[in-house]
Design a protein around this ligand. Structure first.
Ligand code: 4AD
Ligand code: MG
Length: 455
């Protein structure tokens, strides 16, 4: 049985026989032996292997070049050199698959742009290996955060007929031959109905919050927005909690608690993987994350945020005016230059927000909130939902949403309505925040951005 290198490196005692396997990172030869560094993807560290000339399998040693896969049986002994506690003195070694000289990861120091072009091989580098192990652990942490608090995990549909955000940025679902699915036109080709990929699980999530109390979704969402920025992807993973009997305050509290919890998890449970980002991506990463984990965030209404931005004296590319959306340059200035910490902005003008947000007593603003973080801007967007049937019906009419399509959503207000609230956190944006990586294409295994869908 193979022991993962992660376990081997943590060993507390020598072993007479250990089985390991991995991909060769480097190999150096002398007359009497070869020295190999193996990585099996279980951790950042490599296993040092000494393979004497003459052991079974050593006839293939020269083929065990960078990228080749090998199996080793040997003794785990205290390392002679510095840097590592243990090394393996091989008693046999086996070449599983060679890697010809054109293996693209021969030398270190490739650019992230180049590595994106070989998305099928980049997880074999130190940086992306660490990235995707961290992504896995952070997914787990998302679940523990909610499960420890009694939230139920709901699987909302990927194919849906509703447009939660009302922005019309949807990918339509179609069959290759729509006539086969009973459709009369391309507009209704999901077995005779119009359907698209979900932009958010919120509306369906609300139905479950209004039944089970506290729920969350965590799944892929799709946006057909043609924005070529470092923070937008056409396919991204969103975490969406929804809470019955909850208002905007409770919603903002949960979002803050969640960011703090996930940052703490990234600091504590990352098994050494965070170090590579601190070394190569952002030298101040650990310090910055510790600050976020330990200090209160700022909270202020949209109107005040606009005032502060206007008084800043800074020239922005986009205008700052009451009634306009905050752009990421504004969000970043607020978090990076002004408050120097994460900021939650709430109570946005109703005109720039979707139909489902609860109208405030001022009749002008809605209970929306965005949580902004330094380096990125918006990482969470949410609101208290409009629970009053008459107000919701008014909003629906105003946005041109029919009872035929959204009657089920109005039903939640017709039958036993409750104040409820929730938000969506972009999982990739969270990962960018905890690793310091500057481009969303580098935190998702296979990025889907305009023009990129290689395989
Ligand atoms: O602000 P958004 O559009 O909000 C919603 O979809 C609500 N229905 C959520 C809710 O209340 N349940 O998106 C929420 C978050 C953003 O704050 C951002 O982090 C992320 O999702 N996001 C994206 N991430 C990557 N690429 C994109 N194109 C994204 N669009 C939104
Ligand atoms: Mg938003």
């Amino acid at each position: 049985m193979r022991t993962p290198i992660r376990e081997i490196l943590k060993s507390t005692a020598p072993y007479d026989e250990i089985h390991a396997a991995g991909w060769v990172r480097t190999r150096r030869d002398s007359k009497a032996f070869s020295f190999l560094e193996l990585n099996d993807g279980s951790c950042l560290g490599n296993l040092q292997v000494i393979a004497d000339a003459g052991i079974p399998g050593s006839e293939d040693l020269l083929k065990m070049s960078t990228g080749a896969s090998v199996q080793v049986v040997g003794k785990l002994v205290a390392s002679q050199g510095g840097g590592q506690a243990w090394e393996v003195q091989a008693t046999s070694i086996r070449l599983l698959g060679s890697a010809p000289d054109d293996f693209p990861l021969q030398k270190k120091g490739h650019t992230t742009e180049f590595l994106r072009s070989i998305a099928h091989l980049r997880p074999r580098t130190n940086l992306y290996g660490a990235m995707f192990r961290l992504r896995s652990r952070m997914s787990y942490a998302v679940h523990t955060f909610f499960q420890e608090r009694g939230f139920h995990y709901i699987h909302t549909p990927i194919i849906t007929a509703s447009d939660c955000e009302g922005a019309g940025e949807m990918f339509r679902v179609t069959t290759l031959d729509p006539t086969q699915a009973g459709a009369k036109s391309f507009a209704d080709d999901f077995f005779g109905k119009a359907a698209h990929l979900t932009v958010s699980g919120q509306l369906e999530g609300e139905t479950f919050a209004c039944a089970l109390g506290n729920i969350y979704t965590f799944g892929p969402t799709f946006r057909a927005e043609n924005s070529n920025t470092s923070r937008h992807a056409a396919e991204f993973w969103m975490i969406e909690p929804e809470m019955a009997f909850c208002d905007l305050q409770g919603d903002m509290d949960l979002a803050e608690a969640m960011v703090k919890y996930l940052v703490k998890e990234a600091l504590e449970k990352q098994d050494g993987d965070l170090s590579i980002f601190g070394k190569f991506v952002d030298k101040g990463l650990r310090e910055r994350l510790e600050f976020v984990a330990e200090n209160a965030f700022e909270r202020l209404p949209y109107t005040e945020a606009v005032e502060i931005l206007k008084k800043s004296g800074k020239t922005f590319d986009y205008p700052v005016e009451y009634g306009l959306n905050l752009q990421s340059e504004h969000e970043r200035w607020l978090t990076e230059e002004h408050f120097k910490k994460p900021v939650t902005v709430f109570n946005y003008p109703k005109e720039i927000k979707p139909f489902y947000m609860r109208l405030n007593d001022d009749d002008k603003t809605v209970t929306a909130m965005d949580l902004l973080v330094p380096g990125i801007g918006e990482i969470v967007g949410g609101s208290q939902r409009e629970e009053r049937l008459d107000v919701l019906l008014g909003n629906m009419a105003h946005h041109g949403l029919s009872m035929e399509d959204y009657g089920w959503y109005a039903d939640l207000r017709k039958y036993g309505t409750v104040p409820h609230a929730g938000f969506g956190m972009g999982f990739e944006r969270l990962l960018m925040f905890v690793t310091g990586m500057g481009n969303i294409r580098d935190v998702i295994p296979f990025a889907r951005t305009p023009g990129h869908c290689e395989f």
